[in-house]
Design a protein around this ligand. Sequence first.
Ligand code: ADP
Ligand code: ZN
Ligand code: ZN
Length: 806
Amino acid sequence: MIPGRPSQGRPGGGPTGAPWPTEANRPAPAAHALPDQPRQSALWADPEPPAQPTPAVPLFRPGDRFGQVAVDLTAEGTDRLFTYLIPPALAPQLVPGQWVRVPFGPRFLAGLYLGQVDQPPEGVKLKPIAGILPELPPVPPRLIELARWTADRFLSTFPAALRLLVPTEARREQVRTQRVLRLLLKSTPAEAIAQAEMLKRAPKQALALRLLAEAGGELTQPELVEKGVDQPVLRTMLQKGILDSTLEDRRRDPFGGEKVEQETPPQLTPEQRTALSAVQQELQAPVGFRQPILLHGVTGAGKTELYLRSIALVADQGKQAICLVPEIALTPQMIHRFRARFGKAVAVLHSALSAGERFDEWQRIRRSEVSIVVGARSAIFAPFENVGLIIIDEEHESSYKQESPAPAYHARAVAIERARLDDALLILGSATPALESYQLAASGNYRLVEMTTRIDDRPLPPVTLIDMREELRAGNRSIFSEGLQAGLERCIQAGNQAMLFLNRRGYNTFILCRDCGEAVQCPNCAVAMTYHMGDRHLACHYCDHHAPLPTTCPNCLSKRIKPMGAGTERVEEELKARYPYLRIARMDVDTTKRKGAHAQILGSFGRREVDVLIGTQMIAKGLDFPDVTLVGIILADTTLNLPDFRASERTFQLITQMAGRAGRGTKRGEVLVQTYQPEADALQAAQHHDFLTFFEGEIESRRQNKYPPFAHLIRLLVSGDSEAETMEAAANLYAFLKKGGFTGEILGPTPAPLAKIKNRYRHHLILKGFDVAQMTAQIRAAFAQGKWSRTKSVNMSVDVDPLSIL
Ligand code: ADP
Ligand code: ZN
Ligand code: ZN
């Protein structure tokens, strides 16, 4: 419970006491706190204008001070700032950026104190700030600025963006700093031993004294309890004055106390040396002239080593570094590399940590107990105050984009802004840079640094495309082409390991009726259901609806229904049937639900207890296993045929990344790609490891079709329970934007490609334009003019620069 918070009638607090409102207990807009001139008006929710309060006299006393607070009204979608009285007792501790608790309507909410204002709003009796949130240290001013920028750029409210600055955990009361009692000897260890001799009739007390003496004079209560001294004994000893105690914070350790041997860095290769000197030059550039570096380096070129060296340079200057890694690549292997180099100076932030661990890691960052953070997307908001370097590894990765909740920010865009605010160097690294990034390098905005060879001049593995149409013609209906079978046998006979990749899980990906041609659909979503052999049911991958396998077509009642399309489960089964002696593991959402399963599968593959690892994109990123010589891609077409202008780019990236897992050690690798479209540009380029040719072809098509990077898209997704209402709302939204002064191109409204998910119908508008600042400003202006919809059951979400428009 937060000290100082008024009780809500439930001592000890409960769900009602949460300092941040949840969606379920949103407060009514308050009448007492009149909004200031809004920075921008309300966004989409269009809260009712506050009631005009009756002025009470006198409103203020001379010497009263007023502070502006961004109240956490995220659920209301309001952007207004509110003014409160600053109680004199609070004034000395109150600095801008402090999290405070304020009365709002009938309840108390969290808010960020932004600073004093000279003029209170006229005619309103203000309420005082209730208190400071003690567990949340003040936010550095530049991070407040970053949140403001993020809200503007990605069209969210300011309070929603402020939420990015504190870990979710910190908003829940149960996650707090853990405190433990530390017990201290009052005497020297030698005296304590002597004393213990005299305590013949109190053996437990004697034990406590001996243990404390051996430990040099102090131990925590849990440590003593574990060694057999129970709490009442300790209490007695404290009462008798034999011991002293202090209360201290206890750190939860995400590494479980594991010790890591410090390693000596390897000799840099010539390419790494050249790249590092580019980093050095940019680090030394005068303020405002630091150019971001795009590090385009083939898989296995030693980019991670370059990151480590760059971080060391910055650490030597006494500055801090943030290294973003895709969530999926934040493997124990990866974290180990950072810890082996920097030891205790590293904090990690990722979703596999427990809530308490994450909160403590965040506190370590906030208190500058570490100087390096390695983390997923949200670590870009790490509360460092002197950042010298930001690295984004695999910068093309789509997991850097948040989808929900708002703001739907891209960590790369935020990193560019943060690097500017902090005057830090930004390094974007990838073997397959995003088209957006490479275009910025090609146009001279980024400094391009290339690494074209693998460590020790190991060759990139040859990539062979296998035409599955020919396999069919030759009568092979199996998932495995002749070529892939032969390759697998070669690999295993040579005593090596293989990885097989397929971007679909389950056994069959759909159930087709051969009479009416329909696939069995989820009742809640406009999506075909997938057959899972493991527990013999159909599952929807969007809403998790389960159903038994039907015997007749739900559409026409025909019995001629047939499971079609292979997923990873079926690849596993067919592989087992064909090669019973192989040790096979599968890594996908279904096999990694249990905590620790991910690490366990990779661990056994690394220890060579497994010959073949089958997986979805979970296995495509960052894995470094020297004995893997074969990578097989079961079907490249799954990503190629998505209805998305980035389908080709995604396919190229995925195949290149997957190919990068082969032949990383001293043995030569090979990559076999099965496809029905071997002529596709993305596959041809991937075959030749030819990023540049792919880039040139694809960028031209983007230019012609006015797609990113030559335009910005903003997607407005309208969803509702009723199809008719949703459609109507989307049409209203279109008219609303036009009338509100939006001058850019608007595509739609149309049903989204995923037209129904979880029983919500989905229609969208795609806004297109060149100047994203102008577009977002116009959209804000339009929404400031009134309600866009009067239908309560219809929602809208906004995605600026969406990565998926499904
Ligand atoms: P990338 O991140 O570009 O895919 P890594 O940094 O993972 O490449 O390097 C590939 C492998 O080469 C790793 O096993 C790494 O430890 C090793 N390595 C990197 N740099 C050197 C070097 N200068 N000398 C020897 N080995 C290196
Ligand atoms: Zn049918
Ligand atoms: Zn569903």
